[in-house]
Ligand binder design. Structure first.
Ligand SMILES: [Zn+2]
Length: 497
């Protein structure tokens, strides 16, 4: 027996109306019921097209169709009509075909039956499918289109941004964090924070946020840029909930990378050579460098042909996404720690943050190392390009720095990373996708993974940076070599299988 769905809608400034949607309604019929209830017209005219959108109270798009999710009178959907100019130039045949595909995709996605209660999941799929189609358009990117709705009358230009907004929206948990008192730390803890030996496992997430706040103060960013500490805290709280709860790529990893960056610039003293904008870019870059990481690497994204690879054309899809999510957070005035920067400062800072985050793609490792090697023997701090490369090297080191830490701090991370790798590899096997041997639970052991990684990736990277930055040997390189020996001995003593 088909069930009628009762939903509640309102248009701006009007009272909430209750409407009933039948399962045999077409999308078109549902749209006209919505318009009638909200007392608005979805008819365009000779010059404009009208696009109907439905948002929930969390400002996320709701798929319009007979399977529209139920809601309550307290949380009505908002009906919005956007009038966009009709295209004035007849598009070429290829574009017309593409427009048809985009329209068809949108219609199909709106028809997708609502089988689970996980609305956010379907929501994400809907907006990314539309954005993938929109991005495939030869005329203009979704981001550019979002800035100028006059250019793309035939699809939803805000779809990609809607997807990004969905990634960063968790106000409830953010508010819970903000409702807790600001933790206070002793000077011993704050001093220890500047060293690679800092034990992150001693602190909960609210305390980690407090420690990060302190880095902003100590790096003199709050003073220089006149930052509002409540905005800094709200930003960090939102960051913490925007990281997914992956075994490895989670908020604690974000903290570790940020803290190691802070440790490196302090123990080497390079903090005194960096400009305030460079310090700001480094801390924003480390904080944002894995935002909304899905727990599957770029190889998986590309092989599984995910939405991110379509949006970013296979070019560092994850890193591009992390940076885009970070700048989506900055669009919210209550989280925008860059709000006090001048336009020129903002442009420069944004450039450096993006450069830092994109440098964390290990596919770029060889290229970045080779470039830096060329400068390392005669590094020139007066040269902008060399300084930018140094920032990239610092974030790269920080990102893979777990083995710089004492064994009791670093070892759980190896297990976490392998767990994430094995989950990916298992899924790839189930889905018939290519797998990487270093992620395969049948082929990898903890010591074998670590010996290779430390010897071939970490040591060459850190030793290269040590040619430019002083005082790396004792606090940073020696612990890495000690960890290398530890895992080598584990490998040697391991009984043959
Ligand atoms: Zn990372």
């Amino acid at each position: 027996m088909p069930i009628v769905t009762q939903i509640y809608v309102k248009a701006n400034g009007k009272k909430t109306e209750s409407i009933r949607i039948r399962p045999n309604h077409t999308v078109k019929e549902v749209k006209s019921v919505l318009c009638a209830a909200a007392e608005i017209s979805d008819k365009g005219n000779a010059h404009t097209d009208a696009i109907l959108k439905l948002y929930n109270v969390r400002n996320a798009l709701v798929p319009i169709g007979p399977n529209i999710p139920k809601n309550t009178p307290e949380e009505p959907y908002t009906v919005v009509i956007k009038m966009v100019p009709k295209a004035t130039i007849d598009p070429p045949v290829e574009t017309k075909k593409l427009m048809e595909t985009i329209r068809a995709t949108t219609e199909v996605m709106e028809e997708v039956p609502k089988l689970t209660s996980d609305m956010a999941e379907i929501q994400k799929k809907l907006v990314s499918a539309v954005s993938a189609a929109a991005h495939a358009s030869p005329s203009v990117s979704p981001l550019a289109a979002a800035e100028s709705t006059t250019k793309k009358p035939y699809s939803d230009p805000t779809a990609h941004l809607a997807m990004l907004r969905a990634s960063v929206y968790d106000e409830e948990t953010t508010n819970l964090i903000l409702a807790t008192p600001r933790p206070v730390f002793s000077s011993t803890v704050l001093n220890h924070l500047k060293h690679p030996t800092f034990n992150i496992w001693d602190y909960n997430e609210v305390e980690l946020i407090g420690l990060m706040e302190n880095m902003f103060v100590e790096m003199d960013l709050v003073g220089t840029f006149k930052m509002d500490m409540d905005v800094v805290r709200a930003f960090l709280a939102r960051v913490s909930v925007t990281y997914n709860q992956n075994p490895f790529h989670n908020f604690k990893h974000c903290f570790c990378v940020t803290q190691m960056m802070y440790g490196i610039i302090n123990v080497t003293g390079v903090i005194t050579k960096l400009t305030p904008l460079e310090k700001l870019a480094l801390i924003c870059g480390t904080i944002g460098h894995d935002l909304d990481h899905p727990g599957m690497n770029n190889a998986y994204q590309i092989n599984a042909n995910t939405d991110l690879t379509i949006i970013y054309n296979d070019i560092s899809p994850l890193e591009n996404h992390h940076a885009a999510v970070l700048f989506t957070l900055f669009r919210d005035p209550s989280l925008n720690i860059l709000a006090t920067l001048s336009e020129v400062q903002y442009r420069e800072c944004r450039k450096q943050i993006i450069s830092c985050i994109l440098a964390t793609d290990m596919a770029k490792h060889g290229e970045i190392l080779a470039k830096f090697k060329g400068y390392s023997t005669d590094f020139n701090f007066e040269d902008q390009a060399q300084r930018q490369l140094l920032l990239q090297m610092i974030i790269k080191c920080s990102d893979i720095s777990n083995e710089v830490r004492p064994k009791h701090v670093s070892e759980p991370w190896v297990d976490n990373l392998l767990e994430e790798f094995f989950c990916q590899s298992d899924k790839e096997k189930r889905d018939g996708l290519p797998t990487a041997p270093f992620m395969d639970r049948e082929k990898v052991t903890k010591p074998s993974a670590q010996v290779g990684f430390i010897g071939f990736v970490m040591i060459p990277l850190f030793e290269l940076v040590a040619k430019v930055l002083p005082n790396m040997e004792e606090p940073i390189i020696q612990p890495i070599k000690k960890a290398h020996e530890y895992y080598k001995s584990m490998l040697e003593t391991k009984p043959a299988a």
